[in-house]
Design a protein around this ligand. Sequence first.
Ligand code: GLN
Length: 557
Amino acid sequence: MPTKKTSASRRKKYIFVVGGVMSGVGKGITASSIGVILQARGFKVTAVKIDPYVNIDAGTMNPTEHGEVFVLSDGYETDQDMGNYERFLNVSIPSDNYMTTGRVYLAVIEKERNLKYKGKCVQVVPHIPLEVISRIQKASEKADADITVIEIGGTVGEYENVLFIEAVRMMELQNPEDVSTVMVSYLPVPSMLGEMKTKPTQHAVRALNSNGIQPNVIIARSSKPLDFVRKEKIALFCNMRPENVISAPDIGSIYDVPINFEKDKLSDILLKSLHLTPKKDSDLSEWKKFTTKTKNATKEVNIAVVGKYFSTGDFVLSDAYISVIEALKHASYTLGAKPKLTWLSAEEFEGAEGKKNLKTLAKYDGILVPGGFGSRGIEGKLAVIHFAREHKIPYFGLCYGMQLAVIEFARNVLGLKDANTAEIDPKSKDLVIDIMPDQKKKMKEENYGGTMRLGSYTALLQKETLARKAYNDEEHISERHRHRYEVNPEYVERLKQAGLVFSGTSPDGILMEIAELPEKIHPFFLSTQFHPELQSRPLAPHPLFVEFIRKSLMQKK
Ligand code: GLN
């Protein structure tokens, strides 16, 4: 049960990040930033996300509802916060570090069926929290982490995450010096008052107290910095020291959050609460090098992103493409440019009206078509790709963006007017994109969860291609996948003959991983069957994104 002691001198430590007042105020960025500032003190850190959903994983969720599905290198489909952890901590995180209510219950039920509880009555408490604890400990052991940061989805006082909060209480009860709790709260500044209000935070802390937990730190998110009067007020009413209440006003870049936290000495506070002596003074120099670039960028690079998951109700949300956005930022800032992203709905480019809209694309320095599913907006995307190819505008296609580039090429260069993907028109004469045989079977059985090619696979790069050059002449690369369909091997030879270069393939040469046009024909027309955006990090921008932005800057109008 609770906190295992690996050795007398090296006990594993745990920081729980919980939300108060409301969601969407940056719990994931807080958890990630806490990881960064503790790494900077010399500790090995990993991060765990607990989602309250009953879904087993995030694979079947609609991106407009839940945001992007982030695929881990082992193929697990998770919440976008896992992407934040990987980007901030600059490490790859395994699926052990992600759990949902569904996954936890399933594990408990399976154990019960396998007689693992030895005839005991299996109860919601303690068995569910115990399963949660054992999963957290396993993640910590596997990463050999000194400190594990665990983010609990939702906010305190909700019905959904109460068993996860109970796991925190049980862990702390067992080993109080090994567990610290951070509450990310929100302080509204109602416009009719113009004054920051602390009451909702007081209530949230009380709700947490009623679950038997006292937070060690409060991250006070607000539109404005927290003044000393309010800091003292929160401290008094929430039973804590004023210095443990950290001001976290809205800022322009998420990458500044760790630096801001350190201004309030958050790593010292956390380490003290965990009874740990820092291994070194805070060294955020690499991190600061990147954030300085975000501020010093002088030129702008104009990128159009053409997709479909942009709107929900009256709101436009780009959450579904968060990794793409971040990868574009990493590459642009690395090259000293500020990315200006424009979201274009693919449907704007369909029909007679759409044809007129195509001309407006000429003003962009580069065009990107991200991954996607289904038929909505497809003809619009094909028209956009066609325009980018003919007008020599740098084009970067990701997953669906590659499949559609191949279809566009087959239709307009090979003259296969009916060319399509089996996803949209399985009866097409020329299925240049088709389903893989083993996936076909699963789809028939309506067994959709996990029927895709998921996770990291090695690809082989051809010599003297744009891709190989971008990857610094590496021959083998490893990239993450999430798709059901593939370039149909029966068409590969013809596509090649017509001038399309498959610069990356699976090591056996059967699956096409990267399609590009030679540089003498087009400055950058490259697309990937995999999702390069998933492995781009501020301190390690993805080489293909860097090359795309470099070419876009060269094209600059
Ligand atoms: N819908 C396509 C497929 O399933 C592409 C998926 C994607 O873009 N992630 O193969």
